[in-house]
Design a protein around this ligand. Structure first.
Ligand code: NDP
Length: 237
């Protein structure tokens, strides 16, 4: 039986984030999720509004969760966006806006979360990256850069705060069935499928179970790791 924790998941109203929230709820943890509207989290979770592009709104969300559940012990930075396009057509705004949400957003979240974790001398940080971060993908220079950057964050965080009871890891999903991937062209979906050794796309609960395990007492000696959950798609990257 693992210790019951206070968990905050960004972007927990749909897709992978929602599945992660449901997984922690099912294991009996105190779960809060953010969505931009402040609505739409799973039943049993506290849903608060936050835009990961805005540190003040993150601070408000943390305060609301702390008032209800106490200090946040597990934080999952899951909120993310894509704005795909080939390099020659990608605008600077396409690049910076994706980096601002996916990478700087994670920075804003861990900076705020680290306060309580340092005080408690305990913390679990999980950042949701992507196989694309290290594997690369045409048309996703902005997204890949943002996701690769998360690896640098957890490794530096591990070196900075690893001695204070805090672990930080990346979970790197492959091709998972969600709204984000449903919009990809059929041709792209077929190409990916042919490259996945498992011969199928992943399911959101396969990511969720990995995240829950990383936050558990059993994973206390794992930090700075990149855990692929991709059916073998990114092997060796
Ligand atoms: P979805 O598009 O289904 O959900 C994205 C979530 O991020 C939503 O909850 C959304 O909130 C939130 N979000 C986006 N921008 C912001 C913002 N500025 N502030 C706060 N919240 C924001 O995505 P997935 O569930 O598919 O993906 C979740 C994570 O997993 C992402 O980081 C993604 O890059 C990563 N991933 C997904 C893969 C896949 O195959 N699906 C593969 C590899 C990685 P709102 O509803 O308010 O817009």
């Amino acid at each position: 039986m693992t210790t019951q924790r206070t968990v905050l998941i960004t972007g927990g109203n749909r897709g992978i984030g929602r599945a992660i929230a449901e997984e922690f709820l099912a294991a009996g943890h105190r779960v809060a999720v953010t969505s931009r509207s402040g609505e739409g989290g799973p039943e049993g979770a506290l849903t608060v509004a936050a835009d990961v592009g805005n540190a003040a709104s993150i601070d408000e969300a943390f305060k609301a969760v702390e008032a209800e559940y106490g200090p946040i012990e597990v934080v999952v930075a899951n909120a993310g966006i894509t704005k795909d396009g080939l390099l020659l057509r990608m605008t600077e705004d396409d690049f910076t806006s994706v980096v601002d949400t996916n990478l700087t957003g994670a920075f804003r979240i861990i900076k705020r979360a680290s306060k309580g974790m340092l005080r408690a001398k305990f913390g679990r940080v999980v950042l949701i990256s992507s196989v694309v971060g290290l594997y690369g993908s045409p048309g996703q220079i902005n997204y890949a850069a943002s996701k690769a950057g998360l690896v640098g964050i957890v490794r530096s965080l591990t070196r900075e705060l690893g001695g204070r009871g805090i672990t930080a890891n990346v979970v790197s999903p492959g091709f998972i069935e969600t709204e984000m991937t449903a919009v990809l062209p059929e041709e792209t979906q077929k190409e990916y499928l042919s490259a996945i050794p498992a011969g199928r796309f992943g399911k959101v609960d396969e990511i969720a179970k990995t995240v829950r395990w990383l936050a558990s007492d059993d994973a206390g000696y794992i930090s700075g790791a990149v855990i692929p959950v991709d059916g073998g798609l990114g092997m060796g990257h």
